[in-house]
Design a protein around this ligand. Structure first.
Ligand SMILES: *Cc1c(COP(=O)(O)O)cnc(C)c1O
Length: 402
């Protein structure tokens, strides 16, 4: 019997997550390479004209054009689908391409969306600025309370859209109750799972219909490429989503897919170690600043809920240092080891000031409503030794009088 290279779903779906992240979806060529091959090709050739016609008609398996299929991208899509417990997945060129495709492919003028207010800045732009241009109305709510979702539903509500934990406010949304409500009302729930990834949190186990990713974050995990992915049923992914992607072209490059495949191999290791490092750094910061918002710490108002749906709290959290923008900026400027950077999910520790960077585009009242104040900082805790990180923060805090 041939060894399983990772292509047989009936086998790979039973592997544990760490195994799936390394092996599922692998397609070996005739050379038997151990690492996934990088197929830098835009097109494919056919043995005869009839084969070309059969492939376009969907009567013959095989690839036609890399906007639609590429073997390296296919390996990544299959791997993410298996890890997610989803029937299907399509990769995209960035997280925002994934979010845009996941929403626009199923919405039309007259539809209504309910979205949690605590969203990644560009996701809020989609709900607040892009969708309304096409006659799609959005109601933005505090997603922490199930009654708010219930009350926002109208006869036109088609989609619920949220992320948990949310960037950068670390609000946690109860996946089970929100996704069940959506199911009961025939509404499609779309969950942005970039923060936790499917290694720590699998929204489909709680009834989510569509799970979308910025794979730029923990999945690549080393700050190299932009990438995204959308997971769902075969009917959704190969139906409306594929139609949207095939004709608008937010396709992931084979090279970037290959980099993310390499990233996934170490996702389990990295995300657990970074979550542990984040807890250590968070405990230190709690002694020194006004407030730390890290779902993994008992001080987080939704700690129990977070820990009931996540295996670990992840590497990202926020802190309030008091003293407005002046002190927040001064603290960033005093760091020696930790970089000032708005990226997250990197193996390097990075810190930023959301009000003047990632959420600069959000109106001030909307920022304040969700707790993005001038004295808030966000940190991505990397893989460095947490003692070095704590020492760096210690001297930076002292230098601003904390
Ligand atoms: C980064 C991020 C995005 C956007 O992803 P890109 O890959 O940067 O386009 C969307 N949602 C969340 C929660 C993110 O952190």
């Amino acid at each position: 019997m041939k060894r399983n290279t990772g292509q047989n779903r009936n086998v790979t779906k039973n592997w544990r997550p760490a195994t799936q992240a390394i092996r599922s979806g692998t397609m070996r060529s005739e050379f038997g390479e151990t690492s996934e091959a990088l197929f830098l090709t835009s097109g494919y050739s056919y043995d005869c004209a009839e084969d070309a016609a059969a492939r376009f008609a969907g009567e013959q398996d095989g690839m036609t054009y890399s906007r639609l299929q590429n073997p390296t991208v296919r390996m990544l899509e299959e791997r993410i689908a298996i890890m997610e417990g989803a029937e299907a997945c399509r990769a995209t060129a960035s997280g925002m391409a994934a979010m845009t495709a996941a929403l626009l492919c199923q919405l039309e003028a007259g539809d209504h969306v309910v979205a949690s207010r605590a969203l990644f800045g560009s996701c809020r732009w989609l709900t607040d600025s892009l969708l309304p241009k096409f006659g799609i109305e959005t109601t933005v709510i505090d997603g922490r309370e199930i009654e708010n979702w219930e009350q926002a539903i109208t006869p036109k509500t088609k989609v619920f859209f949220f992320e948990t934990p949310a960037n950068p406010t670390m609000e946690v949304i109860d996946l089970r109750s929100v996704c069940s409500l959506a199911r009961a009302k025939g509404i499609v729930s779309v969950v942005d799972n970039a923060f936790a990834t499917n290694m720590l949190q699998r929204p489909m186990e709680y009834g989510a219909d569509v799970v979308a990713y910025s794979a730029t974050k923990m999945m690549d995990g080393q700050g190299r490429v932009l990438a995204g992915a959308v997971c769902g049923t075969e009917e959704f992914i190969e139906g409306p989503l594929l139609a949207f992607i095939r004709n608008t072209g937010p396709t992931l490059s084979a090279f970037n897919a290959w980099v993310v495949l390499k990233g996934l191999e170490t996702l389990d290791l990295r995300i657990r170690r970074q979550s542990g490092n984040a807890l250590e750094v968070g405990k230190f910061l709690e002694q020194r600043v006004e407030k730390v918002l890290l779902p993994g710490l008992p001080s987080h108002p939704q700690h129990n809920l977070a820990m009931s749906q996540m295996e670990a709290a992840g590497p990202i959290f926020s802190l309030y240092v008091g003293g407005g923008r002046a002190r927040a900026h001064a603290l960033l400027n005093a760091l020696n080891l930790i970089d000032i950077s708005n990226n997250i999910g990197d193996s390097r520790s990075l810190m930023c000031h959301p009000a003047s960077t990632t959420h600069y585009g959000l109106a001030e009242d909307s920022r304040l409503e969700i707790g993005i104040t001038e004295d808030m900082l966000r940190i991505n805790v990397g893989l460095e030794d947490p003692i070095d990180l704590i020492e760096d923060l210690d001297q930076a805090l002292s230098s601003v009088g904390l």
